[in-house]
Write a protein that binds this ligand. Structure first.
Ligand code: DP6
Length: 392
């Protein structure tokens, strides 16, 4: 049995992908751009194994067996096996790409809570299979066929997904813009408002938007200029421009959701209160110090610089306190100290206090792309190719 175990990161878009021009190949109507998040805080982990004794392809996700008979998974399998065959040739003795595979995958964060779990999951699956079958070269276009945003999780740092124009999708893949080390002061703070499954999935939501949102037609004209400007801002570490484009793009994406008929609303009253908080804070600072972005769910993702992290977290803790009086909000991930904010800051922001509206915070940074774990004890599968957690 040949086994490979890998991890892959989550990414959060600052220029959103919303809408497909080809549902089967997953080709988008616009290019998009994201930051890859640190894997200590958010990652998928996958073990793949191939063995001549396996009689069928099998997959377990977070301890539950899942069908592999979905169009997306089959597209991924077909494409990775095709490339392995092309590389090795049918004369290859091991023909590992002809063997059946077992896959076991888990996330260290809630699945389908608007925290881009499918992106990390498919990126991890495709990366692991590429190692299992010795496929090298571009693989982000294979991850794209699992879930569009997954192609951006194949790289670390800031990553662009070039929409491409070809009908076969061969020019629609991800490209790293800057490495994970490029902007070390950049912090990413996720305000978890809800870890429940979202009511309208992205796939279904964007399909309806493409069908009937007139605003989406307009957006497609705006994105190329935004992509150019935000790429320049990232390369030059121009936080102000980066932040402004990020917030405008998030707002436009949610405006399109409302323009979709029937309307889709991912943001809640708490999300909107976080938007108010960020604008009040920036206003009071007389400088754009924080940017928000929201995906297909109510959770906020804030981008900000290290020097402002302590002040912002302390103010978030003041205006969105944990239910239990006196207890600070829980922070997962990188450490940050919460202090009592100055009365001047509190008064200047002049916002209501909303207890129990944020569940917890995740503090992370821009991180690296997928990793291979060479220690066999990391494997999620036993020597017989069954999930370790289910075999005990
Ligand atoms: C709002 O990649 O989940 O997070 O391609 O149908 O699987 P499918 O959609 P998915 O959509 C992500 C949408 C988004 C924006 C983004 O990540 O760019």
């Amino acid at each position: 049995m040949k086994t490979v175990t890998c991890t892959a990161p989550v990414n959060i878009a600052v220029i959103k992908y919303w809408g497909k021009r080809d549902e089967n190949l997953i080709l988008p109507v616009n290019s998009s751009l994201s930051a890859t998040l640190g894997q200590n805080e958010l990652r998928a982990k996958t073990t793949v194994a191939a063995d001549p004794s396996f009689t069928e392809d099998k997959m377990w996700l977070n301890n539950k067996e899942q069908s592999v008979n979905t169009q997306r998974i089959q597209n991924v399998f077909r494409e990775i096996r095709r490339r392995a065959r092309k590389r090795k040739g049918d004369g290859d003795k091991s023909k590992i790409f002809s063997q059946k595979i077992h896959i076991c995958s888990e996330n260290n964060f809630p699945t389908a809570a608007g925290l881009a779990s499918s992106a990390a999951g498919y990126a991890c699956l495709v990366y692991s299979l590429s190692k299992l079958f010795d496929v090298d070269g571009e693989i982000s276009d294979i991850a794209r066929q699992g879930s569009g945003s997954a192609c951006r999780s194949i790289y670390g740092g800031f990553v662009e997904w070039q929409m491409g124009t070809k009908t076969d999708g061969s020019d629609s893949f991800a490209k790293q813009i800057t490495s994970a080390q490029h902007w070390p002061e950049m912090c990413i703070l996720i305000l978890v408002v809800s870890d429940q499954k979202k009511h309208t999935g992205s796939t279904e939501g964007m399909q309806t938007s493409v069908q009937n949102s007139r605003l989406l037609e307009k957006r497609i004209e705006v994105v190329p200029e935004r992509m150019t400007n935000i790429t320049k801002a990232i390369k030059e570490k121009d936080f102000h421009t980066f932040a402004e484009i990020t917030m405008k793009d998030s707002n436009q994406f949610h405006a399109i959701c409302l323009d979709t008929y029937p309307p889709i609303s991912y943001m809640t009253d708490v999300s909107r209160q976080i938007v108010r908080f960020v604008h009040s804070f920036n206003n009071h600072s007389e400088e754009t110090k924080v940017a928000y972005t929201f995906d297909a769910g109510p959770n906020a993702c804030l981008y900000l610089l290290e020097q402002d992290l302590g002040q912002v977290v302390s103010l978030v803790n003041h205006f969105f306190p944990a239910q239990d009086n006196g207890l600070n909000l829980k922070v997962q991930g990188l450490p940050v100290s919460i202090v009592k904010p100055s009365q001047k800051d509190i008064d200047a922001l002049s916002l209501p206090v909303l207890p129990n509206s944020i569940k917890y915070l995740i503090n992370t940074k821009v991180g690296e792309g997928p990793q291979i774990l060479s220690d066999p004890s990391e494997s999620l599968l036993t020597d017989n190719g069954h999930p370790k957690t289910l075999s005990s």
